[in-house]
Write a protein that binds this ligand. Structure first.
Ligand code: EPS
Length: 384
């Protein structure tokens, strides 16, 4: 499974092409649209989330509600485009308002240096997390494919700035609606209020907040990924996928960081056997991953996002790239936090990785063939 996105934050549209999906997979525009809507949720999002819509067009690869096995192409139009048509025009010309006060922590300055531009907009437009809308459209397809195999992915916010959950409540697939109903996508109602208060406090002083989400994959079959080579280990693939999300700076698989401080006798999940369900683990500190392969236990990743580098009250010191004088960065409209939305993007990235690995393991040109191969494999594990 491969996918490629294109488009700028304030450009005409984002597009995504997804290649490698089997034929015969039932998918509707509404399913993709509802995933896109979930990504727009969250207390602390900026004004753009209120007045812009993700206008969706299925351009190719789907006919009469099913995939054809050909590349699926999706366009997400920016309804803001009329306001930006001049500024972002692909026609020859130049801007009247180059941005020359790069934001610390953003791609602005290094991007200008690397690509030889004197206007930060040429960098920030593509560095923007707006691009994740296109990923989420691709992820909606991956989730539908995984559902065929009984896999469901759930995320929830476990930290908002300094406010953290106690870590003992983990939502299952049936709880996703309840998580989405929370304004901060937090599964703990007591902590939810404290998170909202923290966002309000940061917003009041024009500051931003980071946080941590937990993503859980349920029903993942034993043996996705492989121990045989560095670039086939599922831990590595998940890490790369999560770290590719804008503003993400850390990923923990299972209890990775905590386990590092324990002794071996208290760090590994004891293996069990049950005649009805086969092998299992007494605990799941490994996060469902041993030797780069899934164990069949829930797959658990925690993903850390830094506070957005665009501040509503720019206070961080920077340098004007024209005058070389000390200044503060330019002010762009922004979200206070995008952590709740990032959870949906992290689900997307887990879905795309797992769908790719499921297709690699089970293959099939049709979704029925994929399911048959998957079911036969799962049956073959009986007693093994
Ligand atoms: C973003 C800044 C904001 C966000 C945007 C990402 O956009 P604007 O500056 O136009 O208000 O709203 O996110 C989206 C548009 C989206 O769909 O997620 C940034 O700087 O990354």
């Amino acid at each position: 499974l491969r996918f490629l996105t294109a488009g700028e934050s304030h450009g005409q549209a984002l597009v995504v092409v997804v290649e490698g999906l089997p034929a015969g997979m039932a998918i509707t525009e509404e399913q993709i649209g509802s995933e896109l809507a979930r990504r727009r949720l969250g207390y602390g999002r900026g004004p753009r989330m209120r007045f812009e819509q993700d206008r969706l067009t299925l351009v190719g690869g789907i006919r009469h509600g099913v995939t054809l096995g050909s590349p699926v192409a999706i366009e997400i139009a920016n309804t803001e485009w009329p306001k930006w048509e001049q500024e972002m025009s692909p026609a020859p010309g130049r801007t009247e308002k180059p941005l020359t006060k790069p934001r610390p922590g953003h791609a602005d300055l290094v991007g200008m240096q690397k690509y030889g531009f004197d206007d930060a907009r040429n960098i920030l437009e593509r560095a923007s997390a707006r691009e994740t809308a296109a990923r989420v459209a691709a992820g909606a397809l991956a989730k539908v494919l995984l559902a065929e195999l009984g896999v469901a992915i759930v995320s929830h916010v476990v930290a908002m700035g300094p406010v953290t959950t106690k870590g003992d409540r983990r939502p299952g697939p049936a709880d996703l609606e309840a998580v989405d109903a929370s304004e901060v996508r937090c599964f703990d109602p007591e902590v939810e209020a404290a998170m909202i208060a923290e966002i309000k406090a940061a917003a009041k002083v024009g500051d931003s907040l980071g946080g941590v989400v937990e993503v859980i994959g349920y029903g993942v079959p034993v043996g996705l990924g492989s121990h045989v080579h560095w670039d086939r280990k599922l831990d590595g693939l998940l890490g790369q996928a999560m770290l590719s999300i804008q503003a993400v700076k850390g990923v923990e698989l299972g209890d990775g960081f905590d386990v590092a401080h324990r002794r071996g006798s208290e760090a590994h999940d004891p293996i069990t056997w049950d005649p009805a369900t086969g092998y299992g683990r007494e605990s799941n500190w490994s996060g469902g991953l041993e030797g780069g392969m899934t164990t069949g236990e829930p797959l658990v990743a925690r993903v850390a996002m830094k506070p957005l580098s665009t501040l509503n009250r720019p206070v961080l010191k920077t340098v004007d790239t024209v005058t070389k004088e000390e200044t503060v960065s330019f002010k762009e409209r922004t979200d206070v936090t995008a952590v709740p939305a990032m959870g949906v993007v992290a689900e997307t990235m887990m879905a795309l990785v797992l769908a790719g690995e499921a297709l690699r393991k089970f293959g099939g040109d049709t979704v029925a063939e994929l399911r048959r191969n998957h079911d036969a494999y799962v049956q073959s594990l009986d007693g093994r």
